[in-house]
Write a protein that binds this ligand. Sequence first.
Ligand SMILES: Nc1ncnc2c1ncn2[C@@H]1O[C@H](COP(=O)(O)OP(=O)(O)OP(=O)(O)O)[C@@H](O)[C@H]1O
Length: 628
Amino acid sequence: MKWAMVLEPMRRWAGQRASLGRERMELLQPLRTYRLMSAGLLVTHLLTAALPTASAVTIGWLTTRLAGVVRTDADAGTMTAPLLCVILLMLSEELMVACRDVLQRVLARHVDGRARERIRSLVTQPRGIVHMENAEYLDDVSRASAIGPGTFRSPGRAAVGQVLLTFRVLSACAAAVLLGIHFPLLAAGLLAASLLMRSVIRRQWMYLASVMSTGERGARRVRYWTDVAGGREAAKEVRLFGLAEWSVRRRTREALDAADALWQSRAQVLGRQWWTIGIALGSAAASLLIPGIAFRRGEISVGELMTCLTAAGVVFQISFMGMEAYDIEYGLDSVKALRRLEAQTESNGAAVAVDAPDSSRATPAEIVLEKVTFRYTGSDRPVLNNLDLRIHPGEVLAVVGHSGAGKTTLIKLLTGLYEPGDGRITVDGTDLSDIDAEAWRSRLTVVFQDFNRYPLSAAQNVAMGAPEALHDTTRAVRALAQISGGTLPASLPSGADTVLWSEQTGGVDLSGGQWQQVAVARAMFAAWHGRELIILDEPTAHLDVETESDFYQRVVAEVRGRSVVLISHRMSTVRHADRIVLLDGGRVAESGSHSELMAAGGEYARLFRLQAERFNGPDASVAEVRSA
Ligand SMILES: Nc1ncnc2c1ncn2[C@@H]1O[C@H](COP(=O)(O)OP(=O)(O)OP(=O)(O)O)[C@@H](O)[C@H]1O
């Protein structure tokens, strides 16, 4: 029992050391890619580690000669050789440090560049993005991507920092051996005390680094409120609603809250410094007194005294945390976050590619949703619940339903951005999860409600619908003209070449409706470039009545032959669809053509009448309903 009490902490300590060693070795892995530079770095390190010990010996030699000159009137020329050696060693040390620093910087940049590339490929992976809305995932993206010059997390600086630290320890050990020739106990004690001090300070910094790491979410909130308080996006509402002062106060409060935990931990760490100060004072006193007393007693010469004092100084230096220690701790945080992102991406399951992009298909695929259930992370309520839906090849399917019914979620499942929790989606009988995500994406196009607005020309903004055909400006302009009845390109200062970004000279910003025309033109352009499934989420929400009334002829008829999924709250937009489904309670509650659903007199008919009444009054509604 007693043995167990002693052995258990030792076992735990050994386990911690081993895992620390593994983590540190992992930091060095990326350096293997740059063998030549890494070899150069090792050479400069070896020399900079050996030079302080050599300097200690030479300073002792010089002091002995100096004492000889002073005491015995010996020829001053005897000092020339040791003096030259000291100067040469000092210059070499400076030169080596300069070379080492340059190599370190270049290597760190290379490693960071690779890490950034890896993060980019992970966060832009084509499949399964539901985890991206996870706060933990976003924390890890922030931790992993805050790298490079000017930021404190850098796997590159951590790697070169680890090499530097190893050589600093080696240099301290070499100096301890030199000191140990005369004072073995002092050398062993000083080395142990210096390493202990370093370990205590390191633990404190690790603790602070972990507090900083958990502050990512707070930092994101501060960035958000900074944008609200001073950014362009929120400027209109902030000024109109008189929110300027309030938003600045809110930002300040968020910033103080975010900093609070760190300040408290810093105060805690500072309060515990007496420990390290005590060890430092004891070590310094022993390093000066023991050789000093030995010299007074005549046990060592003045040269040996100088050698011992210089060597003790080199050993003692290891107790100080250089910048490399912070680089290691913070960089390690970034490396661990990257590993977690990799694990998360793998757990999302990279699909086996069984299908190739095929834009030359004669008919679009049949898409079937079988008993699909989906709930968002952290929510018990399924948004889609045992949903069955078949999208026939080439049909125009309208999806309607109340706000929050799950229409946009359905799109994200169809496009493979999300994966069903239960049930499955098949494309011509093949499970969507078995189809290569990128190949599937190349067969469809989507206009989301919050589509992207690129700071590019109008034509390029349209052509982003089929990036492989960015050069095809003719069709991009045609799509834009088609959706706007020719008005949009004509109204722009440089036509379709006008950059849609007011911050660029000659650039302009568009109205909400004009932007929507660009987005819909993007879908048409994509259809002309072989996309077989066209998904439009509220494509007419911002369009004027005239453009909306022509929407079907201008857009849907134009992409006939492809399957179209059309989501809209505007019944006038959806009524011409081949089939309309109404989502309710996570399932398809009604399905049929406009006239079938009107005849059935269900929820769709009620919603249609309600909208018709609003536009035309109750009488017109009756006429509209009859004619439907
Ligand atoms: N990222 C998310 N995390 C958690 N819940 C979400 C998320 N996105 C949507 N939801 C929830 O899922 C439900 C369905 O949302 P969805 O956007 O699919 O509805 P919708 O039918 O498209 O609504 P609308 O017609 O207003 O666009 C809503 O209750 C919404 O709160």
